[in-house]
Design a protein. Structure first.
Length: 219
């Protein structure tokens, strides 16, 4: 058994998103990049169908980029294709989290993106949180539509499904998912008040530049 520390980090992120109410039961999934022998790129990812309250670090799977476990038997997350697609598309991403948080899912059902509402949104997420085109859960089509919506940003809503959040590491990916849910609550409430004003364009441009500079940290 290897990658103990990395698996503990995945478990910790699971506990964090479960405690924040972003997932329930065994829904959602968490992964991070890990390095195999000779620098082979691998991914530590949550297993399929094991509820968070029972999950142990030993059950976190390390898989290759074909999706096959490299260490011990087990079935990786049903959204493994989506996680791998993000890592292939984005060399700067070190961790991926998918949640089913309620308000964000409500906007995903309504097909409503989250426009730039508050400053930390643009700095952390890159601006608007777009909605990916619908595709059935677990398939390559969803992996592709999620990546297309994500673009160079840090989060996307998955139509009629949930949230995709990414970051340099698990801490950041979890913060992204928490912020998306908070933004979704703000957006739903503002829509209910009948008036949504977005950040001024010049502020969004300055903060997008801060976002790009920050994301440029990784090779
Ligand atoms: Zn899902």
């Amino acid at each position: 058994m290897g990658w103990e520390e990395e698996k503990e980090q995945v478990l910790e992120a699971c506990r964090r998103i479960a405690a924040a109410g972003l997932v329930a039961g065994a829904a959602g999934n968490v992964s991070r990049r890990v390095e195999g022998p000779d620098g082979v790129p691998l991914v530590a990812i949550t297993p399929s169908q094991i509820p968070y309250h029972r999950l142990t670090a030993g059950e976190i799977l390390v898989i290759d980029f074909k999706g096959d476990p490299v260490e011990h038997e087990g079935v990786p997350s049903s959204e493994t294709l989506m996680h791998l697609a993000v890592y292939r598309a984005r060399a700067d991403v070190g961790a991926v989290i998918h949640t089913h948080s309620i308000y964000a899912s409500a906007l995903a059902v309504a097909g409503l993106e989250i426009p730039p509402l508050i400053e930390e949104q643009v700095v952390l997420l890159g601006g608007c949180v777009p909605v990916a085109e619908y595709a059935i859960a677990g398939g390559q089509e969803l992996a592709d539509s999620a990546c297309a919506a994500l673009g160079e940003g840090s989060a996307a809503l998955l139509r009629n499904h949930g949230v995709l959040g990414v970051g340099d590491d698990l801490e950041e990916a979890a913060s992204v998912c928490e912020l998306v849910e908070r933004l979704a609550q703000i957006h739903v409430l503002a829509l209910g008040l009948g008036r949504v004003t977005t950040l001024p364009d010049h502020v969004v441009e300055v903060e997008k530049e801060m976002f790009r500079t920050r994301r440029g940290r990784r090779p």
